[in-house]
Ligand binder design. Structure first.
Ligand code: GLN
Length: 449
């Protein structure tokens, strides 16, 4: 595995750290466990797994794609690391990402951009671009990323793999470096829906170390699809208003195609109206996410973590460390966030942002009183070229237009790979369900893949 990865890495740059020693030691332990008959109840026995570099693995750097944390070594394991290892998985590497998960192309990484394995001139999406590219390139059958506003589903769509953002609270965030705590959620990238279900079975657990982690019991996701995944009578919503201007024609067609497949399998199509959530989700997200980020990133002060620039006063140390450690996009977010939270502007921006968020939640709630799942595009366009949007933040932000609303409402969403477009680039659709109904998404995705 490692030889193959190394031979491809020159071109792809999908990983920041390779965990060769750790993997070899773990593989030997697993051999021993198998030899001693201790292999039962380990659904991921021997499966190589890659983690986004904002998920802590004890003894290894967790850079978050930033100079700020380049040399910072995690003192503990994230909860999902413990769960994965208990399930028999072998962690082999940590993947490249937009700095602190801010971006949609993996070009905002301090460690250089990742390339899309389908076309090296194009971006893999972001911010979990390294994880998506790793699965697409065959480094591992399973990788994990974080999704705050689309960062699993958009790169999955760009790299032709499946990617799921679970319901907010389904998976523990303990050990995930916080970007926007009320939106962040860890989720898997896989090549098959069966693997997606297995991955969820392993990571979706109640964790007392994360107070936002749901205490309810989780179903067996694998069981829910193992017996043929019946979708007869499932009401599938389609939002035709979303399929107009700004959406690539082939991607619009993919949504219709996905709906047709579900209907052939017994589902019932329903035309839905989600009001103007497509228009208001983006501005709302770009108030709430930067506000939380500006607060979460205040801890990188040159004292507690990572980079420290020498200076004669504390203030100078903050300024120098943060000036050098953070890239432009992160600085932009911190400034927006600090602005919207500042006294005098708080009511006009942050408070209003929260109201709009409530509106988005209500619209979805209303929709889910009429349908069981919703199909919509994952992204407005196929993967774009490197350099194309990197200096145009608004256009870059627009690539999450279909994924952001799902985070604001805390819903589960999955980008399901549907093959290639005429230019040979991957195309996907997104399936959304009410909270805690990941199994519904998986059942529908089984029919589509
Ligand atoms: N691209 C969005 C942003 O830059 C979403 C990021 C994410 O989901 N982590 O904020």
């Amino acid at each position: 595995v490692f030889e193959e990865i190394k031979s491809k890495e020159d071109k792809l740059n999908a990983l920041i750290t390779l965990m060769e020693e750790k993997a070899k030691t773990r593989a030997k332990e697993i051999d021993k466990e198998v030899f001693e008959g201790r292999w039962r109840d380990k659904p991921l026995l021997g499966v190589p797994v890659i983690l986004k570099d904002n998920i802590c693995v004890k003894g290894y750097p967790t850079s978050c794609g930033s100079k700020m944390l380049e040399k910072w070594v995690s003192p503990y394991d994230a909860s999902i690391v413990t769960y994965l290892e208990e399930a028999g998985a072998i962690l082999i590497g940590k993947s490249n990402m937009d700095e602190f998960a801010m971006g949609s192309s993996t070009e905002h990484s301090a460690f250089g951009p990742t390339s899309n394995p389908w076309d090296l001139e194009r971006v893999p999406g972001g911010s979990s671009g390294g994880s998506a590219a790793s699965v697409a390139a065959g480094y591992a059958p399973m990788a994990f990323g974080s999704d705050t506003g689309g960062s699993i589903r958009q790169p999955a769509a760009f790299c032709g793999v499946h990617g799921m953002k679970p319901t907010y609270g389904l998976v523990s965030r303990y050990g995930l470096v916080a970007f926007s705590s009320s939106l962040d959620q860890i989720g898997p990238f896989t090549r098959t829906v069966g693997d997606m279900a297995l991955a969820l079975d392993v990571i979706a657990k109640h964790d007392p170390k994360d107070s936002t982690c749901w205490t309810g019991s989780r179903p067996s996701y694998y069981e829910s699809i193992a017996k043929g995944a019946d979708i007869k009578g499932m009401r599938v919503g389609i939002v035709r208003d979303f399929m107009e201007e700004g959406l690539d024609a082939e991607l619009a067609h993919a949504v219709e195609q996905g709906l047709d497949i579900l209907v052939e399998n017994g589902a019932v199509p329903v035309d839905l109206n989600l009001g103007d959530i497509k228009e208001c989700a983006l501005p709302c997200y770009y108030i709430i996410a930067p506000a939380e980020a500006s607060s979460n990133l205040a801890r990188y002060d040159g004292v507690r973590y990572g980079l420290r620039e020498e200076a004669y006063s504390l203030l100078e140390q903050y300024i120098k460390t943060r000036g050098k450690g953070f890239g432009d996009e992160v600085k932009r977010r911190i400034m927006i966030g600090t602005f919207v939270l500042s006294s005098g502007y708080y009511d006009a921006y942050y408070l209003r942002g929260l109201k709009v968020r409530k509106y988005v939640c209500d619209k979805f709630k209303e929709a889910f009183s009429k349908v069981d799942i919703i199909v919509m595009p994952s992204t407005p366009t196929p993967p774009f070229k490197k350099g194309e949007l990197v200096n145009d933040p608004i256009q870059m932000y627009l690539s999450d237009i279909f994924t952001l609303p799902v985070n604001l409402a805390g819903l589960p969403g999955m980008s399901v790979w549907m093959g290639q477009n005429k230019a040979g680039l991957p195309k996907s659709i997104q399936i959304i369900a009410p909270k805690w109904h990941e199994s519904r998404i998986l059942r529908a995705a089984m029919k589509i893949e």
